[in-house]
Design a protein around this ligand. Structure first.
Ligand SMILES: *[C@@H]1O[C@H](CO)[C@@H](O)[C@H](O)[C@H]1NC(C)=O
Ligand SMILES: *[C@@H]1O[C@H](CO)[C@@H](O)[C@H](O)[C@H]1NC(C)=O
Ligand SMILES: *[C@@H]1O[C@H](CO)[C@@H](O)[C@H](O)[C@H]1NC(C)=O
Ligand SMILES: *[C@@H]1O[C@H](CO)[C@@H](O)[C@H](O)[C@H]1NC(C)=O
Ligand SMILES: *[C@@H]1O[C@H](CO)[C@@H](O)[C@H](O)[C@H]1NC(C)=O
Ligand SMILES: *[C@@H]1O[C@H](CO)[C@@H](O)[C@H](O)[C@H]1NC(C)=O
Ligand SMILES: *[C@@H]1O[C@H](CO)[C@@H](O)[C@H](O)[C@H]1NC(C)=O
Length: 822
């Protein structure tokens, strides 16, 4: 035993590892521990940060090395300094979020048990752990890259604690602090012991009558005599495990029937999607009434929802009270946007989202399939676009794949890589069609095109860049080459090919109606150094070139008989929308997202509508679900539009009066409509019919797993659905007691989630977000609340076992109280 130890010690001394060999790189990856610390966010427009590299192993490491990592804030060479002797370090910004620290001194030794600390000053601030990205990696010339072990961790524990205000506040003006138990208690509402709303989203009208129907009886069947409702009958049949008959011969009770009838609820509601539901316990009959399959489908969802909420533990179908219900949506467009470029999410994940969209009557899936970080759809005839463009990995000069981004690491086995094959995409379309959801694919151009441009460099037919373009720019997410060139013919050959192929994919499933070209965030200095642009369009500005691009795309799209869609900034010439007639399409959807109140752009929502664009409300301050649920550094999400977006903020969004949503600025200071609209300067809506609906959004920079995606999407998706479907009484103009009414409405909604809806999500294995409970001690009694009354709260004092919380718990002195919900 002693001998062996001595032998090992000697062995260690003699062995020196160099990163010039693979085993040195391997050793570095396993033993060098990375720590990332935010030190201070107070300096204006920059912050102090530190990277510590500690050799935790027994051996010294010599030789040069290259350390790659993703960082979402810009770091320039000049902002990266160090004073470590002997080391020869250089920082390089590769592109996007990817950085390289090169150690170039071949004789430098990172000794066992020693560390180096690199201090630097990135742009802006960093106040959330999830801003930091995992999977840093080390490599040297022709050796294989290896991921640094200490950074392989979805909990991002290599990031130091955010334990001081200067770490969790973006600046000295930032008003946000993480919530504590008392603050949460005040934010939440009391448990009234009721079940809340009968259905989410709230039906237009309903009346519960005497009696109920129990569907446990095996005699129950679905009777559908209309061919066109077969899909709805099949859907319900699967959910209730009930037979479908296509005639009602000899059946007088125990059946659910679909009645074809033009059901008109109110002229303020979309007629096609309106439906009625009658539950008649005398006749033992349930009728769903509509003359459109989509109306029947919504009725089916309402029926399932009520059955599930009245169902006892041991029942398989449940019961439903006698009921007259008449319902229909306020908006024809009730959307969800999902970015699968920054991180890829597989078909099953998409299907689960589509199913919940259908449950809550959302009907448009805006599928953000391309961006700088990956092209996610197979395009027949252009294999390069996915062979390279859907793959992020480390390769020499990034020749085989596009660069690793947002912590996707050196290999293509992470969520940074992947795409939908033609068959998979068709499978998604079919699944969506069965649920009356229109898939609106987006191919974001001309900006946000790093992946496509890299994949098609020097392509004979579809090249997207001018090799002689000397323009220097950084896009919002720090790409140097992400704007497709609008002056070369191959760009339009590419667009035409994509439009044609995508149209073909949709053809026999759900015909494509809208082509979404994105169009957002084109870097201001793109193309101005392009030789071809200068020759073809002399003396033409970047914005004018963007307009030329949009016009040509508009022609291509129109020639395929499709409507056009784009983000607002894709349709804008600096400050105002392009005159709609400058574009070829009859109908053009504009997604109005850029509404940070204090930037003064919120008027554009109505300017676009008044200019005959079809406006989808996409306001980032309320409808971006990639933003955190709480202003806590440990919460996932970016926070550029607003520090946090709790579900009750989504619920309180007023789509019919945009300026009434003005609430706080980015620092958290209260602001009001009058500050921005005084003297009548705010543009009024003259064409309300052009507001087609609203949409929630998930961008996926910080979202790598499906559980992470669920926690951002749910349950906020339910509040989105509620507002998109139902106009509440507190939303009416000049309503009395608006706040009181809204609070009552919220309470009903929150109780429905706590008692019923979240259980439905549980059954689907959806990993939804729950705020931690709030509590206070009042007269030596523990008072606790959750966001969703009805969710059980567990508590313990000191080392006790957890037990169920109820009223009047006596608090013990000097004991820490722990509360849990879920
Ligand atoms: C590491 O390097 C130091 C300084 O050169 C030396 O004293 C020490 O013995 C080395 N350790 C190993 C394990 O080689
Ligand atoms: C960061 O570098 C830029 C030049 O790229 C320089 O203008 C700026 O002052 C630097 N900021 C800090 C905080 O050092
Ligand atoms: C681009 O297309 C235009 C119009 O079709 C044509 O006149 C021109 O010659 C083409 N340019 C190149 C470089 O092929
Ligand atoms: C370029 O455009 C500007 C503004 O549109 C105009 O004033 C100027 O005369 C033009 N220059 C040339 C060389 O065409
Ligand atoms: C609307 O535009 C006016 C005039 O430019 C500006 O003063 C006002 O702040 C804007 N309002 C909003 C809510 O953006
Ligand atoms: C909008 O369309 C109407 C009807 O076609 C037309 O009269 C009006 O001029 C258009 N408004 C704008 C701003 O283009
Ligand atoms: C918008 O309507 C209000 C109320 O009718 C009016 O006072 C205001 O001047 C209008 N604003 C504009 C920009 O026309």
């Amino acid at each position: 035993m002693y001998c062996l130890l001595i032998f090992l010690a000697l062995f260690n001394i003699n062995l020196s590892l160099t990163t010039l060999e693979q085993k040195g790189i391997d050793y570095f990856a396993t033993n060098v521990k990375v720590t990332y610390n935010v030190k201070d966010n107070r300096p204006p427009n920059t912050f102090d940060a530190e990277i510590i590299l500690k050799n935790d192993g027994m051996q010294n490491i010599s030789g040069t090395w290259h350390l790659y990592f993703s960082h979402v804030r810009l770091i320039t060479k000049q902002n990266f300094t160090h004073n470590i002797p002997n080391i020869d370090l250089e920082l390089d910004h590769i592109d996007g979020s990817l950085y390289l620290i090169k150690q170039k001194n071949i004789n430098y030794i990172l000794q066992s048990n020693s560390q180096i600390s690199l201090k630097f000053k990135p742009r802006l601030w960093l106040v959330a752990r999830t801003d930091n990205m995992p999977n840093w990696y080390v490599v040297n010339e022709n050796l294989l890259p290896r991921t640094i072990h200490s950074t392989i961790n979805e909990d991002l524990t290599f990031t130091g604690p955010f334990d001081k205000p200067e770490k969790w506040k973006r600046s000295t003006q930032d008003k946000y602090d993480p919530f504590n138990a008392a603050k949460r208690f005040d934010n939440y509402i009391d448990n009234k012991g009721t079940k809340g709303k009968i259905v989410i989203p709230t039906p237009y009208q309903h009346k519960i009558l005497e009696g109920e129907i129990n569907l446990e009886n095996d005699e129950w069947v679905i009777v559908n005599t209309h061919n066109e409702f077969q899909n709805e009958a099949n859907y319900l049949s699967k959910k209730l495990n009930m037979k479908v008959l296509n005639n009602n011969i000899g059946i007088s009770s125990f059946y659910i029937e679909f009645t074809k009838f033009p059901f008109m609820v109110s002229p303020s509601l979309e007629r096609k999607e309106s439906y009625g539901l009658i539950v008649d316990p005398d006749k033992l009959l349930i009728s769903i009434i509509s003359d459109e399959p989509v109306g029947i489908f919504h009725g089916v969802q309402t029926l399932i929802s009520i059955l599930e909420s009245y169902k006892a533990e041991n029942e398989k179908r449940g019961r439903i009270p006698a009921l007259h219900l008449a319902d229909g949506p306020r908006y024809p467009y009730r959307g969800l946007h999902l970015d699968v470029s920054r991180n890829f999410h597989d078909v099953q994940t998409i299907k689960t989202i589509l199913e919940t969209m259908a449950m809550y009557k959302l009907n448009k899936f805006h599928f953000h399939l391309t961006d700088d970080e990956g092209w996610r759809l197979e395009i027949p005839g252009i294999p390069e676009i996915t062979d390279k463009g859907a793959k992020r990995c480390h390769s020499k000069n990034f020749a085989d794949c596009i660069s690793p981004q947002f912590g996707s690491g050196p290999t293509s086995s992470s969520s940074g890589s992947g795409y939908y094959t033609v068959d998979e995409y068709k499978d998604i379309l079919t699944y969506a069609k069965e649920r009356h959801i229109e898939v609106i694919p987006e191919f974001d151009m001309p900006g946000h095109c790093h992946a496509a441009i890299q994949s098609l460099k020097n392509h004979l037919t579809y090249a997207l860049s001018d090799p002689d373009d000397t323009s220097e720019y950084l896009s919002v997410q720090y790409y140097k080459d992400n704007a497709v060139n609008p002056c070369i013919n191959s760009t339009y050959a590419f667009v035409a090919k994509v439009v044609e192929e995508v149209k073909r994919l949709h053809q026999n499933i759900q015909p494509l109606k809208v082509f979404n070209i994105g169009g957002d965030e084109v870097a201001k200095s793109a193309w101005i150094g392009s030789k071809i642009c200068k020759e073809k369009y002399p003396n033409t500005t970047n914005v004018e070139l963007k307009k030329i691009f949009m016009q040509k795309v508009s022609e291509i799209v129109k020639n395929e008989n499709l409507d056009l869609a784009a983000w607002q900034d894709g349709l804008i010439d600096g400050v105002k929308p392009f005159p709609k007639d400058d574009l070829a399409n009859e109908k053009i959807y504009a997604y109005l997202w850029d509404n940070i109140w204090e930037f003064g752009k919120a008027n554009l929502t109505y300017v676009f509508a008044n200019s005959n664009y079809s406006v989808v409300l996409s306001h980032a301050t309320h409808l971006y679900f990639d933003h955190p649920n709480e202003p806590d550094p440990e919460e996932r999400g970016f926070y550029w539009a607003t520090r946090y977006t709790p579900i009750d903020k989504v619920f309180a969004f007023r789509p019919d009066s945009v300026y009434d949503n003005i609430d706080v600025n980015r620092n958290g200071d209260p602001i009001v409509k009058d500050q921005f609209c005084q003297n009548g300067v705010c543009v009024n809506l003259t064409k309300p019919e052009n507001i087609v609906g609203m949409q929630g959004h998930v961008w996926s920079e910080t979202i790598r797993t499906s559980n992470q995606l669920h926690s951002m999407l749910y349950p906020r998706l339910l509040a989105l659905a509620e507002r998109a479907w139902h106009k509440a009484d507190w939303e009416q103009e000049n309503v009395k007691d608006e706040e009181k009414k809204r609070k009552e409405d919220w309470s009903e909604f929150a109780h429905a989630l706590g008692n019923k809806e979240l259980k439905r999500l549980d059954k689907m294995n959806i990993h939804y977000y729950l705020n931690v409970p709030g509590a206070k001690v009042d007269g030596a009694k523990l008072k606790a609340r959750t966001t969703f009354p009805g969710m059980p709260i567990m508590f313990k004092q000191g080392d006790e076992n957890l037990q169920l919380y109820k009223e009047n718990i006596q608090v013990k002195n000097d004991k820490t109280i722990t509360l849990v919900t879920g």
